[in-house]
Design a protein around this ligand. Sequence first.
Ligand code: 13P
Ligand code: SF4
Length: 354
Amino acid sequence: SPSDPDLVERARAAKEKLGDKVFVLGHHYQRDEVIQFADVTGDSFKLARDAAARPEAEYIVFCGVHFMAESADILTGDDQKVVLPDLAAGCSMADMATAEQVAECWDVLTEAGIAEQVVPVSYMNSSADIKAFTGKHGGTICTSSNAERALNWAFEQGEKVLFLPDQHLGRNTAVRDLGMSLDDCVVYNPHKPNGGLTVEELRAAKMILWRGHCSVHGRFSLDSVNDVRERIPGVNVLVHPECKHEVVAAADYVGSTEYIIKALEAAPAGSKWAIGTELNLVRRLANRFAPEGKEIVFLDKTVCFCSTMNRIDLPHLVWTLESLADGQLVNRIEVDRETEQFAKLALERMLALP
Ligand code: 13P
Ligand code: SF4
């Protein structure tokens, strides 16, 4: 069983044997049984920065999903090895934009005569290939904690933005933070010829949103917001910007996982909160803040864990740490040099955002 005290002891012993050679990063959506072994926890932005700030660690064990481990590999030194405890820990949103589809989209924009005005902005939740495309075309990466700054920067470089692959984060940031209208945004569907858009629509748009979404956050609905407000009078609704626009528009607060944690830390005793993000994090926060008299509930009980985040469990972590402690390098995530070079450009533009 994952909470098996024997496994806990084995993870602890292997980590101790590795000492400073290993650095364990844990995304906030990871299971408690894994998070207890993280040297640092964070949102996607913080983890990317922290991975880059550990040049002395030979092994970076990334408890998160594949695109995060790729980003860590891109940002760390060549002699540092990034390890993902279960190679099946992908992200359905990142899979919604492939290199071929994005290259085809760029051809469509070129044929419409607008490619020169377009700056790509790609969400961290994308493959290294998409990040490389972004770097090559003068764009930047963003996370949910700096999307507003990334978009402002992009609109200083060009007149239009191609936002990949999360349409919701793109739309929410454009409308909520940059004051655009919904009509300024169009959705490019990679499964339709010309993205399902006319040349006129492409030319008129300011934000070209890729038709991708998070399978977890996409399930929160306006009904879940209305229901919780009825059930818990005075509740504060706090959601992640990967939620649909109508959910974000009805919420009281919106932000990244790190923002959500900070907001709850600052919340007064007796306050009530409904949180729209992944369940591992919401449960951990509910337990952590209950003794302080803060009531924290999950926004919608029908939404479940992120299944790929949950693939990293204690047995996989134990196997990884014991293998590394025995001198066996397992599950290394390594981005090829050319991809890395251009993806790094895009990631460094993000890290340099004002
Ligand atoms: P953040 O931790 O950056 O808010 O990202 C959320 C997410 O969905 C990661 O997969
Ligand atoms: Fe991907 Fe959504 Fe899971 Fe994050 S929560 S890893 S965006 S599927």
